[in-house]
Structure formats: C-alpha cells, structure tokens
Design a protein around this ligand. Structure first.
Ligand code: GUN
Ligand code: ZN
Length: 441
C-alpha cells in the first residue's frame, strides 16, 4: 500500500468535482498486481486509519485523475501544424505520405516510443489511438504501451480504396490481419483493440461489412472511425452512398454503431443522427483543436445534451495542434461558447475537466475503471503543480473557488503543469518523468 497527501481532485457520479484541499489517497494492489484506489478523502478523516503507512507528502500539489484522450493518431506526430485548405487536401498532401513511412517497423517503433512518452509527459494515461494500415505499426504501438503500462486501445487502419499506394490495404488480408491482431492483443494487460475503418470513403463495402462482422463477433472490442467532420467529406460520402439517410447511417448499415464504437468529430449532425448515436450506445470524440485548425466546424454541445448521447474530449493529433489536455479543454471552452451563443451559457470548468477524464472514460465504456480517483479505480494520476510558471502561480493564488482554480489551469496550463504522471500497473513514475519520491516537498 502507498499513500499520498496533497490536494485531490476527483468526480462524483453526477459529474461534479469533489475537491479535498488537504486529502489522502491510498492505493493498494489487486490480485493481479494492478494498483487501485483503496481510500480517498480528507486527510484529517483518513489519517488515523492509515497511520502505519509512510506517506508521500506533496504540499502545494494537486493529485488528479490521469487524462483520457478519446481520439489521437500515433503516426501523425510529424503531421502537427501542417497547413491545408481543409481535411481532404491535408490528408492527401501531408497525412498519407507520413503514414506511408510506417511500412518500416524501425520508424514505427521510434515514433510509438516518442508518441507515448509525449502523452505521459502531458498527463494522458489512457488513449484510443489510430495506428496506420501496416500491422507492424500496431505491434510497435502495443509493445511500447505495454512497456510503459499505459492503457492503450489501438488498431490497424482499414483503407482499401481512395487511398494512395503505400497506405492502401487489401480487403481480405486487412480483415485477416485485424482478427489476428485482436487475438494477439485485446485484453492483454491494459491493452485493448479497436477495429479501425478509417472513414467511409476509404473503405469498400466489403471492408466495412467485414469490419461490422468482426464488431459483432467481438463485442468488447472497440470500433473507431471518423464521421461528419467536413463539408467536402460529407458531400463525397453522399455521392458514394446516395441511398443512405446520412453519413452516420452508412456506419449503421454495416453494423458499426454499438457500445464501444467511438466516432471522431460528429460535427455536422441533425437530431436523427444524434438519436441514432444515443440509441446505439456509440460515443463521440470531440476534437476541438483539430476542428478549429482544419476549419471543420464546431461540435454542437447543445444538440448533444438535448438528445443525450455520450461524448468526451480528444486531441486528434495531428489534425489537432497539441497533446496537452489543457489546450484541448480551452479549445472546447471556445467551441462551447459558440454553440451556446443563443443561450449565453458557457461550459463550466468542472464539465470541461470531466469530459477529459471520468466522462471520456465513461464514453469509452471504462467508467469506474480509469479517469477518476474513486475507490476501485485504477490508480492512474497526475501530480499538478499549480505554481509551475510565474503566471500560473500568480493566477492560481488568487482563485477564490474550485471553478476559478480549475479554469486558471485550463486557460494557462500546458505540459509544465504536469509535474509527474503515475500509472497503476507499475505505480512508478513513467521513465520520462521525475520519480515521485524526488518531487520537491
Ligand atoms: N478522416 C479520415 N482520416 C482522418 C484523419 O487522419 N484525421 C482527421 N481529422 N480526419 C480524418
Ligand atoms: Zn482522427
């Protein structure tokens, strides 16, 4: 058992933040050796019970759940910041050429290591990620995640049409490879597989049908794709599937909407699409820095909440511009303002933080497992230093409420706020981070 004394942030079932100014977090291994939260609460209430434990005291620091990134592309690390007039030219001119480099397993391994270290440096401990169409890129990413004990869900990109040489795959082989990768990796330690049709225009009917059949055969495997991101993309889908009611309905037709299906963007939806998301149990990965960068549009929070489907936040690197959950939450705040301009309401700091932790975990079907620090959760957490920069120190010292404190970190925060990232399996700071016992006290 280990115990940490610091301020502690976690979330109640009603999504409200619970904050202990002076808290105690006690973690203990389960039968498989995975560290879980055993007790959490106010120091003065819990301390007598755990007086026998050596406590790591971290004054001035905040322990918070490790962030959950619902949609990110490992092979797009080197695509960040590539200018284009919109999604389709960005894919053609920058993204596909970079992804073609992953035919080389050495390149795939080098980028996978950088990618996961960058996630951890930014406090992300669970991610649903795209690899490329090359099975070796999936193996490289899983191997690197396993070595770091990170919770990673990924899969081989399916793309057998409208894709250039070097990234295009072959229908039958792509489905054989997918099933072999499911059997090799899904459920191994903290790893999970996601059946990954890139998006409807890049997959033949036979490939989408095969993906849907695998989704039915392996119901606890995830499905990830893109939908309703960009007007040119939507017009393209309409020309490919003139009979379909909408872009989302194409995925429904192939059996790709179900719990654990995660669709990035979901911007240009009508209420029938929203109701289909809700009824099927699929979830949206909101990617605000990407949508602003590529000029794709604004996720409609009001519509999503009115109809009531699951969603959470995502970086969508390399369309997205940052690995930092603080940058993503701030962009979501801007987008929320746009969507609520009629009502004058804006997203609250606790809502934004929930969407990138417990809410994202819930949308992935991992509620109560990660994204929170309630008893029973896997002990993935970040140590935040709210005085990490002169401006953060000045602003957070003035905070008169939890909302003001959280909002100061959302607006001014980046990787410097994350002093340490701790993951459940090893309960050691990740290799790129300072060991927790070396933190200044
Ligand atoms: N649609 C299909 N592929 C992609 C991708 O790599 N990024 C984004 N943002 N949208 C896509
Ligand atoms: Zn994406």
């Amino acid at each position: 058992m280990k115990a940490y004394r610091a301020a502690i942030l976690r979330f109640a079932d009603d999504h409200a933040a619970v904050y202990e100014e002076d808290g105690l977090l006690v973690v203990a291994p389960d039968a498989s050796g995975r560290q879980r939260v055993k007790a959490v609460g106010a120091w003065h209430e819990l301390a007598p019970q755990y007086a026998h434990l050596k406590v790591a005291h971290l004054p001035g620091r905040i322990l918070a759940p490790g962030f959950v990134d619902m949609h990110i592309h490992c092979p797009q690390v080197d695509v960040i910041g590539s200018p284009a007039d919109g999604l389709l030219p960005w894919l053609e001119n920058y993204t596909f050429p970079q992804e073609a480099r992953f035919a080389d397993p050495a390149h795939a391994a080098e980028v996978a290591a950088f990618f996961l270290d960058e996630l951890a440096r930014n406090g992300v401990t669970t991610a649903l990620a795209f690899a490329t169409s090359h099975p070796a890129s999936v193996n490289a990413l899983f191997e690197a995640a396993e070595a770091r004990s990170l919770r990673l869900i990924t899969g081989k990109c399916l793309m057998d049409r409208h894709s250039p040489d070097g990234v295009r795959d072959e229908t039958e082989q792509s489905l054989i490879d997918t099933e072999a990768l499911i059997q090799r990796w899904h459920g191994r330690g903290r790893l999970g597989y996601a059946i990954t049709p890139r998006f409807a225009p890049s997959c033949s009917d036979a490939q989408l049908r095969g993906a849907g059949e695998l989704a039915a055969k392996y119901p606890d495997v995830w499905v990830q794709s893109h939908v309703a991101e960009n007007h040119d993309e939507i017009a393209w889908v309409r020309s490919l599937y003139p009979e379909a009611r909408s872009y989302l309905a194409v995925y429904e037709q192939f059996g790709l909407l179900r719990p654990r299906s995660v669709y990035a963007h979901c911007i240009h939806f009508d209420d029938t699409d929203r109701a289909l998301m809700r009824a099927s149990g699929a979830a949206a990965a909101i990617s605000p820095t990407s949508n602003l960068f590529l000029g794709s549009g604004f996720f409609d929070y009001e519509g999503a909440d009115r109809v009531g489907f699951a969603y959470g936040l995502a970086s969508d690197v390399g369309g997205g511009t940052s690995f930092s959950p603080f940058h993503t939450m701030l962009a979501a705040y801007y987008v929320g303002r746009e969507g609520h301009s009629k009502t004058g309401l804006s997203l609250k700091p606790q809502q934004l933080w929930w969407q990138h932790t417990a809410g994202a975990a819930q949308a992935l079907g991992l509620g109560g497992v990660v994204g929170n620090l309630q008893p029973g959760c896997e002990a993935d957490f970040v140590v935040l230093n709210p005085a990490a920069t002169p401006l953060l120190a000045r602003k957070t010292a003035l905070a008169a409420s939890l909302d003001e404190l959280l909002f100061a970190m959302i607006v001014l925060g980046d990787d410097r706020l994350i002093e340490c990232t701790v993951v459940s399996q090893a309960l050691a700071a990740l290799p790129t981070m300072k060991p927790i016992q070396d933190l200044p006290t």
